[in-house]
Design a protein around this ligand. Structure first.
Ligand code: GSH
Length: 192
C-alpha cells in the first residue's frame, strides 16, 4: 500500500510467542496479523488484504495489467503464501540481525534455488526492475525474501543483487526498514 501511495494508519501490536497476545482476539478473527480494517469491514490474511485493496484501486497497478502476467503474478504470490516453509522456518525475517552466512539444510537451499529461478524468469520476461516491470503485489510477497537472503547471506547469484537493489531503492522499502530498525523487542524463537 505504501508502494502504491494508498494511505492508511498502522497500529503495531506486539507478538507474545510464549502464550499468545490476548489483544489479538479483539481485532483478528484468526488471532493472526496482518489485519486490515476499512470502515466496518475486517479483512485478515495478507493475500486477501492485498486482493481487496487491488479491487479498491484498480487504476494503481497492484497486479500487472496483462492477463497472462497477472495470472503468473498470482501464481507466484500464492506459491509464496503457501510455500517455502523450509526457508521461512529456518531463516526468520530479522532486519536488525547483522548480516552473516548461515549454513542451511538442503530443503532451504532448494527453496532459495526455486525463488531465484522465479525471479530470473520474471525479470527476463518483463525487463525488470521488478518481477513484472513495475512494482506489484508479487514484489510485496517476495520482499521479505530479499531481506532474508541478505541477512543470512544465502546466495551470491547476480539476480538476487539486481532485484534486491531495485527493492532497496524504493521509498516503501526504506520506510519499512527504518521502522523495523527502531523496534526494540527481541523474539527469541526468531533469533537464529
Ligand atoms: N497466511 C497468513 C499468515 C498469518 C500469520 O501466520 N501471521 C503470524 C505472523 S507472521 C501471526 O500473526 N502469528 C501470531 C501468532 O501465531 O500468535 C497471512 O499471510 O496473513
Amino acid at each position: 500500500m505504501r508502494a502504491k501511495d494508498v494511505s492508511f494508519t498502522e497500529e503495531v501490536v506486539p507478538f507474545d510467542f510464549e502464550s499468545g497476545n490476548p489483544a489479538f482476539r479483539t481485532f483478528s478473527p484468526s488471532m493472526k496479523v496482518p489485519v486490515l480494517r476499512h470502515g466496518d469491514l475486517t479483512v485478515w490474511d495478507s493475500l486477501a488484504i492485498m486482493e481487496y485493496v487491488a479491487d479498491l484501486y484498480p487504476e494503481r497497478g497492484f497486479w500487472p495489467e496483462d492477463l497472462k502476467a497477472r495470472a503468473l503474478a498470482r501464481a507466484i504470490s500464492a506459491e509464496m503464501h503457501s510455500g517455502f516453509t523450509g526457508l521461512r522456518g529456518a531463516c526468520p525475517m530479522n532486519f536488525r540481525k547483522p548480516a552473516g552466512h548461515l549454513d542451511v539444510s538442503d530443503d532451504v537451499r532448494a527453496d532459495v534455488a526455486r525463488i531465484l529461478n522465479i525471479w530470473r524468469q520474471c525479470i527476463e520476461t518483463s525487463g525488470g526492475p521488478f518481477l513484472f516491470g513495475d512494482f506489484t503485489i508479487a514484489d510485496a510477497m517476495y520482499a521479505p525474501v530479499v531481506s532474508r537472503l541478505a541477512t543470512y547471506q544465502l546466495t551470491s547469484d547476480p539476480v538476487a543483487d539486481q532485484y534486491g537493489n531495485a527493492m532497496r531503492g524504493t521509498e516503501a522499502w526504506q520506510e519499512w526498514e527504518a521502522a523495523a530498525l527502531k523496534e526494540t523487542w527481541i523474539v527469541p524463537v526468531d533469533e537464529v
